[in-house]
Design a protein. Structure first.
Length: 541
């Protein structure tokens, strides 16, 4: 009798070979089905409710994928590419998932027939290479001749990014705001120098761009009303100091045996506070911002001396003010001098809807701006913020790489034609595989049609014909249920989105194909039944 060899822990689940690969592909298909309908200007939105009952309405692929909490190990790669697309270029997150899923779907029959995954992977890599060369070749560079031309290019790209979102009706309005916001930054275009604040109520068109820093008025004590609400110019003290009398710490003990001693202690405490306040006032600041609380005594003290103060300012706002206006955040009142104060041209407090906002404008150091969004429901504003984030990322990308391609499926159709033509020139399995990938690329125009309720077969046939006759920018025309030259229609997207999306999709497809075995170890000390919902620990792979 042979001794039994125990290699893996009891309860370990392994599956391998072709069925395993096919099941991974099927799992990816299910993810694609979840986001499929959100693509394009006529895409639908998803309402996702999490375990805490928080509802999110979104059209953004990356947001949806994040909220879905997918645990399937292979399908997770699709979540990762959506996230990386979001981080890299900010838009095209639905497209990247769709492309990866469709590549897998198209090569699935070959897997089932027993073509070795390595051959399929090689074909995908080859196809990707051809696509990259073609995009770089075709992309139209817009010369940075005049400011006006560059502006209109940026506005078009921003409008295309927003045309598939909830706010598509106001896309021209927001395109202008987004371009203004990005152009107001310095060369490095730091994303965190654009603040986005949301105030519910009012209409979307009441949203405004403030050049400078703006944040909601913080909680304040009596005495605040007397403080002036505008300065020109203005000196700002940025503090991380508590300016309030505090109750004793838990286990501090002071023994006194007569009232006079006690009075001395109380006086000393007040004296410490007054010393701090006096030093701040001596520095010549007009506005005092602190990350920590500013109490009622301090508020009154500042108000009596015509100084505006705000306590508990959120850290990011304080940092942005510091970057924009200069100065330093002080943690002690001892060395507050004129040199550590920030400067700006105007400070004022204004009413926006039901909120009061503190505005700092004309900041000398860094360039920064703040978008104050208005609109109905909270969820609507959150989705608006996400859509604007996409548009801002697109504008930043376009400034850095000023080459664009036509959207609406035009570029995908052209690449598909290229691959199909190429496949006819080669022999062997690769021919079929490249043709399958060419078919996979058609998913974008097909889905755009499906989501708009058009006859996809009809439109795709028209597109194939146009592209074979050299109409390289022809894509789906969403308004006329037909095809049109999307370059002339100004449906422009930065070529970097497409390059990134195709590369990520091809990589993800290759990754899923190259896995031939999943080994799932049993969860530590847990019966397989327990709730059936356990997740997190012992995640396979
Ligand atoms: P993603 O998350 O991938 O950006 P979207 O829902 O934003 O997904 O849809 C983007 C797709 O919609 C792109 O393929 C783009 O070319 C297309 N698109 C955007 N605007 C238009 C338009 N006006 N006409 C046709 N297609 C458009
Ligand atoms: Mg988009």
């Amino acid at each position: 009798m042979q001794p039994q060899i125990v290699l893996l822990k009891e309860g370990t689940d392994t599956s391998q070979g072709k069925p395993q690969l096919v099941s991974n592909i099927n799992a990816c298909q299910m993810i694609v089905d979840a986001v499929r309908t959100t693509l394009g200007p006529r895409g639908m939105d998803k309402l996702i409710v999490n375990a805490q009952g928080k509802a999110t309405i979104s059209n953004d692929g990356a947001t949806i994928m994040k909220l879905l909490e997918i645990i399937h190990p292979a399908a997770k790669t699709l979540v990762d590419i959506a996230k990386s697309q979001d981080a890299e270029v900010g838009d095209g997150t639905t497209s990247v998932v769709l492309l990866a899923g469709e590549f897998l779907k198209q090569v699935k029959p070959f897997v089932e027939e027993g073509v070795h995954p390595r051959i399929i992977i090689k074909a995908i890599r080859k196809a990707l290479q051809l696509c990259m060369d073609k995009i770089n070749d075709m992309a139209v560079h817009i010369e940075k001749q005049s400011k006006a031309e560059q502006r209109s290019l940026l506005e078009k790209c921003a409008a295309t990014a927003m045309s598939s979102k909830l706010i598509h009706q106001q896309k021209d309005f927001f395109a202008r705001i987004v371009v203004d916001a990005v152009l107001s930054l310095d060369e490095l275009l730091p994303l965190n120098m654009i603040g986005i604040k949301k105030v519910t109520g009012g209409s979307l068109e009441e949203s405004q761009l403030v050049s400078g820093v703006a944040f909601k008025k913080t909680f304040s004590y009596a005495g605040f009303e007397m403080a002036p609400k505008s300065y020109e110019p203005c000196k700002i003290a940025l503090l991380n100091i508590e300016l309030e009398l505090k109750a004793e710490r838990d286990n501090a003990e002071v023994r006194v045996d007569n009232v006079r001693e006690y009075q001395k202690i109380v006086d000393a405490e007040w004296q410490i506070l007054y010393n701090k306040l006096a030093k701040i006032v001596d520095s010549g600041a007009n506005v005092v911002l602190s990350k920590l609380a500013i109490g009622d005594v301090a508020t009154q003290y500042f108000a009596d001396r015509d100084i505006f103060c705000a306590g508990r300012v959120p850290e990011e706002d304080l940092k942005r003010t510091m970057k924009a206006c200069g100065g330093a955040v002080m943690t002690t009142a001892n060395d507050i001098k004129a040199e550590v104060l920030g400067l700006c041209e105007t400070f004022k407090e204004v009413q926006v809807g039901g909120e009061r906002f503190n505005l700092f404008q004309g900041c000398p150091n860094a360039k920064t701006s703040t978008l104050i969004l208005r609109g109905g429901a909270e969820q609507f504003l959150e989705e608006t913020e996400r859509s604007l984030h996409d548009a801002i990322m697109i504008v930043r990308r376009t400034i850095k790489h000023d080459s664009v391609v036509a959207g609406g499926g035009a570029i995908e159709m052209e690449l598909s034609r290229l691959l199909r033509d190429y496949s006819r020139t080669i022999a062997g399995k690769e021919q079929l595989l490249i043709a399958a990938i060419a078919k996979g690329l058609e998913i974008i125009p097909r889905q755009l049609c499906d989501n708009a309720g058009f006859d996809a077969t009809n439109i795709l046939n028209k597109l194939r014909q146009k592209h074979s006759q050299g109409g390289q920018w022809y894509g789906v025309d969403i308004t006329k249920e037909d095809i049109s030259d999307n370059f002339e229609q100004c449906v422009w997207e930065p070529s970097i989105i497409k390059i990134n999306a195709l590369t990520a999709a091809a990589e993800a497809a290759c990754m899923v194909l190259s896995v031939d075995e999943t080994i799932k170890s049993p969860k530590a000390g847990e019966a397989p039944m327990a709730g059936g919902m356990g997740r997190g620990m012992g995640r396979p792979m």
